[in-house]
Design a protein around this ligand. Structure first.
Ligand SMILES: NC(=O)c1ccc[n+]([C@@H]2O[C@H](COP(=O)([O-])OP(=O)(O)OC[C@H]3O[C@@H](n4cnc5c(N)ncnc54)[C@H](O)[C@@H]3O)[C@@H](O)[C@H]2O)c1
Ligand SMILES: [Zn+2]
Ligand SMILES: [Zn+2]
Length: 368
């Protein structure tokens, strides 16, 4: 079939929205009619050429939601008409990581996915017979996509797809960092660095876990106001003084849980240093620039602080995303403030511009 899709042709150049060919689903694959897709930093990171593992041409996009239109041979867990959220982090259910409760990093299709192929080593996307590679196993800046069954989460049909798509990346990453990676305990104190989609999700996750005090740190007053809306009890302007301020707020000890959601290694360091002596856990969700390292004085660790990294919030996608969406539908999570701009697929480059200007939290493309 012919679909409209936003293709990364050349790094550093605007995406080109055009007709491409999409083949039907092979065994174990599913054709999804996409309805909405959020525009995330990772798309821009790859489009800019900064990502050393990037490739072109490819159809970008990974924060997608849609409806199953066809299933390939052997697909048993999804049927035509199911509402789905796309997962750049699949859940095969069978690999050693899927069988462990300790991680969500499924090993099943990583190698092929990282190179832009579906699990059988080929693509369903092409143009004039020339293959176009998939991106993050999702390629959701498009009217439709073909993805492995294990990379789709079936969600409630009551969930509006132009909101549900946020759970495909940023929102689940933040919520999960607090709920699944850190497992914030009721009554605890939390400090969240960064109030973008990921940090705001972490604030909401900490609230859902019953944290007593949640301090959010950001540079933008507008975003700090959004953090209050998600449950932050205090807000602070970021900067070199912030660790001292945070320690002062906790009698010099620091916070039970800290979260970093900026991608800045200096801020990661602050998040480590404001974690509580004795048992404070710092969860790093931000993606640092190529080659950057995180500087930690070992004494911070010897005296009982711990550091954890979190990919996709530690959420095992097929099990966890439907549950997070149910909590949104139950009224526990306020998703509305995160959607700042509704754009058409043709306006995808505008979505990048808005993100660079930090205008709003998320632009969502309407695809159907
Ligand atoms: N781990 C994952 O699986 C995963 C998934 C999605 C995104 N990410 C990463 O998470 C990070 C956050 O993503 P986002 O979409 O929320 O980004 P964002 O750019 O919208 O938010 C980052 C926030 O950090 C704030 N900030 C900048 N300097 C600061 C400072 N010194 N102190 C405190 N705050 C400061 C900015 O004002 C901004 O609000 C990015 O690095 C992104 O790549 C990780
Ligand atoms: Zn993302
Ligand atoms: Zn697996």
């Amino acid at each position: 079939m012919k679909i409209r899709a936003a293709v990364l042709e050349e790094f550093g150049q605007p995406l080109v929205v055009q007709d491409v060919d999409l083949a039907g689903p092979a065994a174990g694959e599913v054709l999804v009619r996409l309805h909405a897709c959020g525009v995330c930093h990772t798309d821009l990171y790859t489009a800019s050429g900064a990502d050393p593992s990037g490739y072109a041409p490819t159809v970008l996009g990974h924060e997608g939601a849609g409806i199953v239109e066809a299933v390939g041979e052997g697909v048993s867990s999804l049927a035509v008409g199911d509402h789905v959220v796309t997962l750049f982090s699949p859940q095969c259910g069978e690999c050693i990581h899927c069988r462990s409760p300790k991680t969500n990093l499924c090993l099943a299709i990583r190698e092929q996915q990282n190179q832009g192929y579906l699990p059988d080593g080929t693509t369903r996307l092409s143009r004039a017979g020339e293959p176009i590679r998939h991106f993050m196993g999702t390629s959701t800046f498009a009217e439709a996509t073909v993805m492995p069954e294990i990379a789709l989460a079936r969600v409630s049909p009551d969930a509006a797809l132009d909101r549900a798509c946020l759970f495909a990346c940023g929102l689940s990453t933040g919520l999960g960092a607090a709920m699944y990676t850190a497992k914030v305990e009721p009554g605890s104190t939390c400090a969240v660095f960064g109030a973008g989609m990921v940090g705001l999700g972490a604030v909401a996750g900490a609230r859902l876990q019953g944290a007593e005090r949640i301090v959010c740190v950001d540079m933008s007053d507008e975003r700090l106001a959004l953090a209050r809306g998600q449950g932050a009890t205090d807000v602070l302007k970021g900067g070199p003084e912030v660790v001292a301020q945070l320690l002062e707020m906790t009698g010099g000890f620091g916070f039970d849980y800290t979260f970093e959601a900026t991608g800045l290694v200096k801020v990661m360091q602050q998040a480590v240093e404001s974690a509580r002596m004795g048992w404070g856990l710092c969860t790093v969700a931000g993606v640092a620039g190529r080659g950057e390292t995180l500087d930690i004085i070992p004494r911070w660790l010897i005296t009982g602080r711990r550091v954890a990294g979190s990919s996709f919030g530690g959420v095992k996608g097929r099990d966890g995303v439907p549950k997070l969406i149910d909590r949104w539908l139950a009224g526990d999570i306020d998703v509305e403030p995160f959607v700042s701009h509704a754009l058409a697929l043709d306006e995808v480059n505008r979505g990048f511009e808005l993100m660079e200007a930090q205008d709003g939290i998320r632009s969502v493309l309407a695809l159907a």
